[in-house]
Design a protein around this ligand. Structure first.
Ligand code: PNW
Length: 469
């Protein structure tokens, strides 16, 4: 295997490109009430009967809290050079604020030391949806500005504690997902006018205008956290967000269509990415019928748009196909056809080209100079074959196609510095429970045995060659 395959010639990524894998705390750690951890809103939500498929929950999950050494060794063996994990806020501050819990902090120090020992660069996400339950009870979670403020306190504390070891932080994962699905429900268009419904903790249904206020508090929390991390970490520490970008794909790769796709992408990410990168809400967003206007100050907008070292985007699927139009607003969104191909998850419309357009839009619309793909991957109906292996051919197809498009972007000068495959291992897939497997490593949820899949073999070789293979 030492020779380079002919396919990789001309299909290489830039020198120093990070080949990473990702997970999040609630989805893999388990140990939900161990060592002084407080309750999170996902503990509460998953314990509620009927909220999760098969009434699964993350009480044990992958038991990563106890098996992190084995998991780090496995990541190393499949060629991961970077690892994006999240910190469970209620492990550190069981009540959200106040006295830190040393035992919770010690877990992340052990994990990071294990990673560094294995030559894997740690990238920490501070919020991947497991809000301390106390903050939900006391303040209504992100309905209150208070939550944004205490999030920044926690972020600053973590940066101070891990600053000697962790150089890259993501503030918040997928604003869109936890706000829209947690405080209302998301209806995702999957073609032919069909929609699938997504929900999550805290499982509320609030008005459209209050939803805008929740979004505002979430991006404010991000901005305050950026400032707190800068204030408490050594020079050279880098920070950004990890957002689930809604990507518009031009029907035709021609200038007018590309321009239209950029306009849609900017407008349709107005409540999150656009305000974080521009420090203002678009006029259309503020004027949106029935949606009300968030209350905000100029000072807050400045905080929200605090300068970042990089942007992180989670890229799974196209959201719209777009063509230009002579009528305002200058573009037309094209409905997805009923027969549009999909991957396994109900929401997962397939078009690998989003992996080209998403980072390219980031560069073109907002001038991004350092981009990470913070998630990309797919669910698949993986099973262990008689010979003990897991043949996830569809995931290999998906990854090769997506990374081919990402390589096309980097070869055109789009500044993508790394890629984190979602996920390192099969894990608790939110309301789908353990029924949807996204891992490079198969997990038997009865025995907790781990088995690298065919796709892990693919990933290891791609990482080794730094190329599409
Ligand atoms: C992300 N969509 O969620 C999350 O960040 C992960 O925790 C999750 O396990 C992973 O992707 C796979 O689902 C998403 O509707 C939820 O497009 C919904 C969508 C995309 C990502």
């Amino acid at each position: 295997m030492a020779a380079k395959s002919p396919a990789s010639v001309g299909r290489r990524f830039p020198e120093g490109f990070y080949w990473g894998v990702g997970t999040s705390s609630y989805q893999i750690e388990g140990a939900w009430n161990k060592d002084g951890k407080g309750m999170s809103i996902w503990d509460t939500f998953a314990h509620g009967p009927g909220n999760i498929k098969n009434d699964d929950n993350g009480d044990v999950a992958n038991d990563h809290y106890h098996r992190y050494k084995e998991d780090v060794a496995l990541m190393k063996s499949i060629g991961a050079k970077a690892y994006r994990f999240s910190i469970a806020w209620p492990r550190i501050f069981p009540e959200g604020t106040g006295q830190p819990n040393q035992k919770g902090l010690d877990f992340y120090i052990r994990l990071v030391d294990e990673l560094l020992g294995a030559g894997i660069e740690p990238f920490a996400t501070l919020y991947h949806w497991d809000l301390p339950q106390t903050l939900q009870d006391k303040y209504g979670g992100w309905r209150s500005k208070q939550t944004a403020k205490v999030f920044a306190d926690y972020a600053g504390y973590m940066a101070a504690q891990l600053g000697d070891r962790v150089k890259h932080y993501f503030t918040i994962n997928e604003f869109r997902s936890f706000v829209e699905a947690g405080y209302q429900v998301i209806d995702v268009d999957v073609g032919g006018g069909k929609k699938v419904r997504l929900g999550g903790a805290p499982g509320l249904t609030i008005s459209d205008s209050e939803l805008k206020q929740v979004r505002h508090h979430a991006v404010l929390g991000h901005g305050l956290a950026v400032q707190a991390i800068r204030a408490h970490s050594p020079a050279g520490t880098k920070v950004g967000f990890a957002e689930n970008i809604s990507v518009a794909v031009p029907v035709i790769d021609a200038p007018a269509y590309v321009k239209a796709a950029e306009m849609v992408t900017r407008e349709r990410n107005a409540g999150f990415m656009t305000v974080m990168l521009e420090g203002r809400y678009t006029e259309a967003y503020l004027a949106e019928a029935g949606g009300g206007t968030p209350k905000f100050t100029e000072e807050e907008l400045k905080t929200i748009a605090s300068p970042l070292d990089f942007v992180g985007i989670n890229v799974y699927k196209p959201r719209w196909y777009v063509e230009p139009s002579d009528e305002p607003p200058g573009y037309r969104e094209i409905p997805l056809n009923a027969s549009h191909p999909k991957m396994q998850s109900s929401w997962h419309v397939l078009d690998p080209e989003v992996m080209y357009w998403a980072p390219r839009h980031m560069q073109k619309i907002w001038g991004a100079r350092s981009i990470f793909i913070t998630e990309n991957g797919c669910g698949a109906s993986d099973v262990v074959a008689k010979d003990g292996r897991v043949y996830d051919s569809d995931r290999v197809m998906f990854l090769r196609a997506c990374l081919g498009q990402l390589q096309r972007a980097t070869s055109e000068g789009v500044p993508v510095d790394g890629y984190f495959l979602w996920s390192a291992q099969d894990n608790f897939e939110w309301i789908d429970g353990f029924g949807k497997r996204f891992g490079l490593i198969y997990v038997d949820f009865d025995t907790l045995a781990r088995i690298p899949k065919l796709s892990a073999q693919w990933f290891r070789e791609a990482s080794r060659q730094n190329a599409v293979v």
